[in-house]
Design a protein around this ligand. Structure first.
Ligand SMILES: *[C@@H]1O[C@H](CO)[C@@H](O)[C@H](O)[C@H]1NC(C)=O
Ligand SMILES: *[C@@H]1O[C@H](CO)[C@@H](O)[C@H](O)[C@H]1NC(C)=O
Length: 603
């Protein structure tokens, strides 16, 4: 199949054309079965006529969709082979006595070949009809599609896409909707992706662009299809189109970016290289007023974030001059058009675009250092913080998730952590304020609180010893009646007091001051079915190691809790052996109550 693909279509067609000429010649020269041969010659002549039309069509444009022609020509060549064989048998007059017997089987053979040629004739006529710009899409079923009817659906639509017919994109969007794997597979196999991208890129018809983007989005639910889209330059096309596209196209394009990035990490990086992060941040922040940060910024060091955002917005409006409205070349018309478009769009479209942008940024940031750098370099953090402050629902959750993914990447990369989250920078301050506000005010909503707590945990090493309000907020969540939130608070606090944290002693004191120990103990007793409470126990151990002599720990019977769980926890997590041993050692020194057992304490 693959080798067949590489041959130029003209070459593919030249074989059956030559063969047809030979069949006609043999049939005309036949000495026996003259009426049958005459019919054969007539059929093959007609076939040859259509083959030549197909060859002319294929030569007329390099962009012609040749998959159906190739496929049909395979069967057609076989039919012609059979016709040639039977015509050649009739070269001599039959004179022997077996003639009569032979003629019965030969007549049957002629009938079979004739039927096969009829099928081929119907196939080639059908294929030619799908390239007829003036006719409607031919929905009759050609013989070749008898075993695979979906081909007869898909081919005409893809051919119509090649010819720029917008309805075809709509039909493919419908065919790919839902979980019909077979349709999706065939559309990709039959080279449907390149013309969808072409329509997306070249069409000035809004509905056609939306339909093409929707079809691509439907196809992007499988890794190998995502790679096929990427190999057809989908990443570049989408990245280039996004800033200038109509808002309703943008929504689908952004969803496509998110789906593709989620499916394949190489594609995720490719999108980053195309700087897709910039229009995404700009679209998310389109209504966000960042003026307040200009004044609060250090005058010696202007906030380049605002500049870069303004620059991106300028770039986007400049680019959009060229789209949809090519007759209008007035400078600034693109900006006006864009503004008018935005004003006239429904609030649903506006908010779903923002929601999609936040979701795409989240997928792009996740696990990607270079994308996270690019996102924080545009200082998306200010936009995210403002959106977290003013929005609610899924958009707020998605923005919190973006911040969380960025922080998760920064946790293991010192440079990114310094660059993006240095507590003295405006962006980091604004983000931190919002995270604390979420933790303190939205405590009844885990969809907001959990990512906020996780983010703070990832950034634990950035906070100064005197920065007590963060620890205070986390400690108050230790006692949360939602055990998931309590557990996340314990996990985050664990990062404030672990061995790697320079300020672990001060943070430990603060946790104890804010009454963290009793809260931690009741969280440990919380009955969520057989859970190990690993994060809670690790936090307790670290508190014990850093606290010195602590009444709170003694009162809470920390020693017996640590001892009681040590054997089981360490058997499951051998890397925690040393931590538990140290904690028990510390607690034993200060807690007289435990002295009786000290000599036999092993972990
Ligand atoms: C559709 O294809 C069939 C062959 O399968 C052909 O006979 C018919 O004329 C075509 N219809 C149109 C509208 O072109
Ligand atoms: C992305 O942005 C960087 C920095 O502004 C630039 O050097 C690079 O050429 C851009 N890449 C593309 C594909 O536009």
């Amino acid at each position: 199949m693959a080798a067949e693909e590489e041959k130029p279509i003209q070459e593919v067609l030249s074989l059956p054309i030559l063969l047809a000429d030979r069949v006609v010649k043999s049939a005309q020269d036949a000495q026996s079965f003259k009426p049958e041969n005459a019919k054969l010659a007539a059929q093959v002549t007609e076939l040859s006529h259509h083959l030549r039309s197909a060859a002319r069509l294929a030569t007329s444009s390099t962009a012609v969709y040749d998959r159906p022609i190739r496929r049909v020509s395979v069967d057609l060549t076989k039919s012609l082979d059979r016709a040639l064989t039977i015509a050649r048998k009739c070269r001599r007059k039959k004179t022997n006595v077996l003639h009569h017997v032979l003629s019965i089987t030969a007549a049957a053979d002629f009938l079979k070949v004739s039927a096969v040629l009829d099928s081929s004739l119907a196939d080639i006529k059908w294929v030619l009809s799908i390239f007829n710009q003036n006719s409607d899409i031919n929905l009759s079923l050609p013989p070749i599609a008898a075993t695979d009817p979906i081909l007869a659906w898909v081919w005409p639509y893809i051919a119509a896409l090649h010819m720029g017919q917008p309805e075809a994109a709509n039909e493919l969007a419908t065919l790919t909707h839902g979980s019909n794997e077979r349709n999706k597979k065939i559309i990709v196999e039959e080279n449907g992706i390149p013309p969808l991208l072409k329509m997306l890129k070249e069409s000035r018809n809004l509905e056609a662009q939306i339909a093409a983007a929707t079809a691509l989005c439907n196809l992007a639910d499988d890794r190998s299809r995502v790679r096929t889209i990427a190999e057809a330059l989908g990443v570049q096309i989408v990245s280039k189109l996004l800033p200038e596209a109509h808002m309703r196209v943008q929504v689908t394009l952004v969803n496509l970016v998110a789906k593709m990035s989620e499916m394949d990490s190489d594609v995720r990086e490719d999108f980053g290289r195309e700087n897709i992060t910039r229009p995404l941040v700009a679209l998310l922040g389109v209504d966000v007023d960042l003026d307040e940060f200009k004044e609060s910024a250090n005058p010696k060091k202007p906030v380049n974030s605002i500049h870069s955002l303004v620059e991106i917005n300028k770039e986007m409006t400049k680019k959009s001059i060229h789209s949809y409205d090519s007759s209008n070349s007035l400078e600034g018309s693109g900006k006006r058009r864009k503004e008018k478009e935005r004003e006239s769009e429904s609030p649903e479209v506006k908010s779903s675009l923002k929601l999609s942008c936040a979701n795409a940024l989240r997928k792009l940031a996740r696990g990607s250092l270079s994308n996270s750098k690019k996102i924080t370099e545009t200082k998306a953090l200010l936009v995210l913080a403002k959106t977290i402050e003013t929005e609610s629902g899924d958009l707020k959750t998605n923005c919190l998730m973006v911040v969380m993914e960025l922080a998760a990447v920064a946790e293991s990369n010192y440079d990114l952590k310094r660059a993006a989250f240095k507590p003295t920078s405006t962006a980091a301050k604004v983000v931190l304020d919002q995270l604390l506000r979420v933790i303190n005010e939205d405590y009844q909503n885990p969809a907001f609180v959990v990512p906020a707590i996780k983010t703070i945990g990832c950034l634990a090493s950035m906070f100064a010893a005197k920065e007590k309000r963060i620890v205070e907020s986390l400690v108050s969540n230790l006692g949360h009646k939602n055990l998931e939130i309590g557990g996340e608070a314990a996990k985050a606090l664990g990062k404030f007091v672990c061995e790697d944290n320079y300020n672990r002693k001060e943070h430990t004191q603060a946790i104890i001051e804010f009454n963290g120990v009793p809260k931690l103990m009741s969280l440990l007793k919380g009955n969520d079915r057989g859970s190990l409470h690993l994060h809670e126990l690790v936090l307790l151990c670290n508190l014990a190691i850093n606290a010195g002599n602590s009444k709170a720990l003694e009162q809470a019977r920390a020693l017996s809790v640590v001892e009681g769980s040590a054997r089981y926890v360490v058997s499951q997590n051998p890397e925690l052996r040393e931590l538990f041993a140290k904690a028990i050692h510390q607690l034993t020194i200060y807690q007289a109550g435990g002295v009786v057992h000290t000599t036999h304490r092993h972990v």
